[in-house]
Design a protein around this ligand. Structure first.
Ligand code: BEZ
Ligand code: FE
Length: 300
């Protein structure tokens, strides 16, 4: 029998969990317990604060629906998703295009469109073109790669926010051609605030943060034998390019819409971006994030 105090309870917990069969589960839970206990000791957590934390997490859970994942949003604003992304990039067999956040607005099953199609149904802003080549790390083109793109409209709204019935819009899936090339038309998305009407938004407000994400287009690229790439392209002239609330921007992902002589649709401003896909390692688990609907389905 040990004398439990705020320090010895940590060893007692770890020793009781020592029977965990799965070694990775054991490693993760041991570290989680050590860090959680150290956190409580560091801030001298009171019962009222502990209860408040439980209440916030309960609210985060309640805010989740099949089109909204408040837990991912919480991970994002705490920078945890960005840490996981960076670790994931480092674990790759080869370093390809840098990852960025999947975010809570990815949806499975967007329409597959012909190259050159516009992904925005009703447009009030000038069209731009996004184009480039998908290759492996040696520059060999990857034909028939699946390029999924999604973004806000020119007012800063995703389809689930812009359309009452949440029908899919501002998103489209494309296949690269025989030379690994892709191109599609869109409008320049407006930067936007992360959803502020839930418990995560309330926290961000209490922290005096602006809650904005700079203008960006999400890209999810899949090619057999290669590591799935979750990334996004960020427009460099957005006023919030240096202060993204969810830490998704990296210098290598910053772009500009301009006149490009080799744009497949002449006369439109365009962004050229070539994606490099690293080879998949064994047991490579890819995606950092998921369609919110998949969590709701799994919980049923
Ligand atoms: C997004 O880019 O869609 C996003 C990412 C993290 C939090 C909110 C939105
Ligand atoms: Fe986004």
């Amino acid at each position: 029998m040990i004398d439990l105090d705020e320090n010895t309870v940590t060893d007692a917990t770890l020793s009781q969990m020592a029977t965990t069969g799965d070694p990775r589960l054991k490693e993760i839970m041991d570290a989680a317990v050590r860090h959680l206990h150290a956190f409580a000791r560091e801030v001298n957590l009171t019962p009222a604060e502990w209860l408040q934390g439980i209440a916030v997490l309960t609210e985060v859970g309640k805010a989740c629906t099949d089109i909204r994942q408040e837990f991912i949003l919480l991970s994002d604003v705490l920078g945890l998703s960005a840490v996981v992304n960076a670790l994931h990039d480092k674990k790759a067999k080869e370093l390809g295009t840098q990852s960025s956040l999947l975010g809570p607005f990815f949806r499975e099953g967007a329409a597959e469109l012909p190259l050159g199609a516009n992904i925005v149904a009703n447009r009030t802003a000038p069209e731009i073109v996004l184009y480039g080549q998908v290759t492996d790390n040696n520059g060999t083109p990857l034909p028939n790669a699946l390029v999924q793109a999604w973004q806000t409209d020119e007012h800063g709204l995703y389809d689930v926010q812009a359309h009452e019935d949440a029908h899919m819009d501002m998103r489209g899936n494309f296949r690269t051609d025989a030379n690994g090339n892709y191109h599609f038309r869109t409008v320049r998305p407006l930067g936007y605030s992360i959803p502020m009407d839930g418990p995560v938004g309330k926290l961000v407000q209490m922290q005096g943060r602006h809650g904005m994400r700079p203008s960006h287009i999400h890209m999810l690229i899949t090619a057999p034998g290669h590591r799935e790439l979750v990334s996004a392209l960020y427009f460099g002239d957005d006023p919030n390019i240096g202060s993204d609330t969810v830490f998704g921007v990296s210098a290598s992902l910053v772009v500009e819409a301009k006149d490009n002589a080799d744009c497949p649709i002449p006369g439109l401003k365009s962004v050229r971006y070539d994606f490099r896909m690293p080879k998949a390692a064994d047991n490579d688990t890819g995606r950092v994030g998921a369609d919110p609907a998949s969590f709701v389905k799994a919980a049923e």
